[in-house]
Every structure is written in structure tokens, then in C-alpha cells.
Ligand binder design. Structure first.
Ligand code: PLP
Length: 325
């Protein structure tokens, strides 16, 4: 295997860089899932991360690596929510201005939280691409620094710190299930996991409705897919037709990608709540959904990540009461 553009050394450096700015989240055994799967199944409780998702790792690393002059110009991003929230938090911690651009599909709970974190919000268009055009304008016309949600070496390295924590908590892990959207999380985790144990399998999990990375991997190049509403809204959006890093890393490092129906995602959210006593958003529940639907055959000790908690509580109530889409 060729050396990935983000290496375990970058990821170790990121861990030192963001120590004290993020939480190392717990890994716990799920007795119920272990019994069901016939192998030990561990949950990485990353939905308890500050700001409610792992995105704080990558955003904190990217902001920490800026020069004082760049910090003054401020940071901007297009985000479906959790990255924007993370960047707002990371920027405030460093005293930098943050402008978050997002599409109209982003739910109100995510928007108000970003505002509370002190960032400016720009709502532009109906897709991630429209929001990205506004970011490009802020960079070109106002000199701001773009911190993209996934396709950036510092962001990938930051997300990869989760992989280091997983390997330390479960050294004999055989299968890691990773949420897959733009691929920053999967690329970072796979780079860390495979560097420590090349035989460990890393499997990406997306939703059936609008899985851009899966479609791109199948096509052999980045392609666009229609953005559709889904319970796993944090997995929505494209990977960028000019994708630089995450497409190649996911192609080279992931062993498989599976897709879930909306009902399978809902089952994951319900299981998290009823059996594990955890509140997770749709994207955070796809690893659970994949195991429950038996779409992944775990070989040996398995780790799955609860990647985010940021779900509208009215929607959560509907889903756990069995009325979810
Ligand atoms: C962003 C996000 C993902 C997917 O991460 P990518 O790096 O875009 O693949 C998964 N879960 C949650 C909760 C997220 O916010």
C-alpha cells in the first residue's frame, strides 16, 4: 500500500495539538450487541464530544495550525451543521472570527446552536455546493481562511485521533465501522487503524439516500448525487468534484462500504436509546443500524462509533416512538 497523504505521524501530531481542547471519549462494551453479533462489540461514545460530534477534533487541529495573521482574517466553512458548530467553537477558543455558510436543508436546532457559539451564519441556496460558493467568495473577496469539513489534511488528521483512541482502547479490534459522508472521518480513522494493524478491517457506512462517496467509489472518480432529505442529515452533501484527499484515501483504505435504508437508520437510533441509553442523531446511529440489519459480518472484536448527538428532540421522540420515517 502506498503512503497515504495523511500519515499516522500527522495524526499523532494532531493529538498533541488538540489535547486539552477536545475530550478523549469513552469506549464501552455493548453486551446486547455483542450477544447479537457473536463477537465483542464496543461503542466509541463520541457523541459526548464537546459540541456533540467528532468534528471538533478536525476543526480544532485546523484552527490551531493557523498563523496569528491568518487567525485575524478569520475562518469560514460550508457545513451541514456539526462542522460549522465545531469550527465556531474552535474559533471562539482562539479568538478568531468565524462565518458559517450553510444550505436551507440544515435543521433549525443546528443553526441556533452555531449562532449561540458566537459565529456569523450565512444561509445560501439549496445544496452544499451553493453554500460552498459563498465560502469561495469570502476567501477571494474578504481574505478569510476556508476550513472545509473533510477535504483538508489538518481536518483528516484531527478526525484520525479517534482511530488512535480506538486502537488503544481495543488493541485486538478486527472490524471498525465508520460513518461515511465526505470521508474525513473514515480517511483519518482508517489511516490510523491500518498503520497500527494493517489486517484490521475498516468498513464505511452511509445512507441509501444520497451516498456521494459510495457512488464516487463505484464510478472510480468523484461524482455528484442528488441531495435528499434523510434521517442521517449529517451524512448529506457531495464530496466535491475536485476532491483532493478523501476520495483517494477512502478508495485505498476502506475494505467495504454498506448503505442503510431510512428504517435501518431509525432502528439504530431506537437501539441507542432503548438498549444503550444514549441519544444519537441519525448519522451517529448508522454503525448500530448496520450491525442490527446484519449488513456487516463482524469478524472478531468490533468497534463502532456513535459520531454525533445533534438531533432535533421532537424528531428523536418521533423515531423512538416508532413513528420515524
Ligand atoms: C460529519 C459527520 C459524519 C461524516 O463525516 P465525514 O468526514 O464527512 O465522512 C458522521 N457523523 C456525524 C455526526 C457527522 O457530523
Amino acid at each position: 500500500m502506498s503512503t497515504p497523504p495523511v500519515t499516522i505521524d500527522d495524526i499523532r501530531a494532531a493529538r498533541d495539538c488538540i489535547a486539552g481542547k477536545i475530550q478523549s471519549t469513552p469506549v464501552v462494551l455493548s453486551p446486547i450487541l455483542s450477544e447479537l453479533a457473536g463477537v465483542p462489540v464496543h461503542l466509541k461514545l463520541e457523541h459526548r464530544q464537546t459540541t456533540g460530534a467528532f468534528k471538533l477534533r478536525g476543526a480544532s487541529n485546523a484552527v490551531a495550525l493557523l498563523s496569528a495573521e491568518e487567525r485575524k482574517r478569520g475562518v469560514t466553512t460550508a457545513s451541514t451543521g456539526n462542522h460549522g458548530r465545531a469550527l465556531a467553537h474552535a474559533a471562539r477558543l482562539e479568538g478568531a472570527r468565524a462565518v458559517i455558510c450553510m444550505s436551507k436543508l440544515v435543521p433549525e436546532n443546528k443553526l441556533s446552536e452555531i449562532r449561540r457559539l458566537g459565529a456569523e451564519i450565512r444561509i445560501v441556496g439549496n445544496s452544499q455546493d451553493d453554500a460552498q460558493a459563498e465560502v469561495d467568495r469570502l476567501v477571494a473577496e474578504e481574505g478569510m481562511i476556508a476550513v472545509p469539513p473533510f477535504d483538508h489534511p489538518a481536518v483528516i488528521a484531527g478526525q484520525g485521533t479517534l482511530g488512535l483512541e480506538i486502537m488503544e482502547a481495543v488493541p485486538d479490534v478486527a472490524t471498525v465501522l465508520v460513518q461515511l459522508s465526505g470521508g474525513g472521518l473514515a480517511a483519518g480513522i482508517a489511516a490510523a487503524v491500518k498503520a497500527v494493524n494493517p489486517r484490521a478491517r475498516v468498513v464505511g457506512v452511509s445512507m441509501e439516500r444520497g451516498a456521494a462517496m459510495k457512488a464516487s467509489l463505484d464510478a472510480g472518480r468523484p461524482v455528484q448525487v442528488e441531495e435528499l432529505p434523510t434521517l442521517a442529515d449529517s451524512l448529506g452533501g457531495g464530496i466535491g468534484l475536485d476532491n483532493r484527499l478523501t476520495f483517494a484515501m477512502c478508495r485505498d483504505l476502506l475494505d467495504d462500504v454498506v448503505l442503510l435504508s431510512e428504517e435501518e437508520i431509525a432502528a439504530g437510533i431506537r437501539h441507542a436509546y432503548a438498549a444503550e441509553r444514549e441519544i444519537v442523531e441519525g448519522a451517529g446511529a448508522v454503525g448500530l443500524g448496520a450491525l442490527l440489519a446484519r449488513k456487516v459480518k463482524p469478524a472478531g472484536p468490533t468497534v463502532l462509533i456513535l459520531s454525533g448527538a445533534n438531533i432535533d428532540m421532537a424528531l428523536h421522540r418521533k423515531v423512538v416512538c416508532g413513528e420515524g420515517r
